[in-house]
Ligand binder design. Structure first.
Ligand SMILES: Cc1cc2nc3c(=O)[nH]c(=O)nc-3n(C[C@H](O)[C@H](O)[C@H](O)COP(=O)(O)O)c2cc1C
Length: 184
């Protein structure tokens, strides 16, 4: 797919099914992520790939996190949390790993990591892979971050759900960019 076609048309896909992306498609996505604009070339990101039963382990972490906050949480709510990562055959956790740098603040490193995640999403779309960037309260929960092995400096920026689109692609009306742009 032409790069402008992908950039102009990318949409999120929330209904995802098997199969998960093939390794060659994943490699293309990570290569695209590595070309994100990056002040100081610090590469302040890393990705965790969760396939198969790793998604169950993430669901268990979500449930544990919620139980830590609210020990009496009803079982139905726990089951709902546990099943969230099963909404797609694969999840990539996008993590910002800021480096110590005298000129590049953490904020800029988070922007670079976000750009890397967006590159990855566009590369997924260009290969007909369905994807959606999700966060929610679990992304910042200390139990989840610890369980995923993050250091104190790191943060989860995205749970990227990936798979084969389950249904026809959404076609969007082209959005008028003019109200968002002014000459100065
Ligand atoms: C930082 C960030 C966090 C997001 N978190 C969620 C989320 O937790 N749940 C959700 O449904 N959409 C979330 N979204 C929005 C979707 O990824 C998606 O962009 C949105 O539904 C609009 O759809 P589109 O990408 O097709 O335009 C998030 C987007 C960003 C950039």
């Amino acid at each position: 797919m032409n790069v402008l076609t992908a950039l102009h048309n990318r949409v999120s896909v929330s209904r995802l099914t098997e199969p998960a992306p093939a390794q060659s498609a994943l490699d293309n996505m990570f290569k695209a992520a590595m070309r994100a604009p990056d002040h100081g070339l610090l590469r302040p990101w890393r990705f965790l790939v969760l396939r198969g039963s790793a998604r169950d382990r993430l669901g268990d972490l979500f449930a544990q996190a919620a139980l830590n906050d609210e020990p009496d949480l009803p079982p139905a709510k726990l089951d709902k949390l546990r099943s969230k990562p099963l909404r797609a055959p694969m999840i990539i956790v996008g993590i910002c790993s800021p480096r110590d740098h005298p000129k590049v603040p953490v904020f800029e490193q988070q922007l670079a990591a976000g750009a890397a995640i967006n590159n990855l999403l566009i590369a997924a779309y260009a290969q007909d892979i369905g994807a959606i960037w999700r966060t929610g309260p679990m992304a910042t929960h200390p139990t989840v971050c610890r369980g995923l092995g993050l250091s104190a400096q790191e943060s989860v920026l995205a749970f990227i759900y990936l798979g084969t689109p389950d249904g026809p692609p959404r076609v969007l009306k082209e959005e008028d960019f003019h109200p968002f742009v002014q000459d100065w």
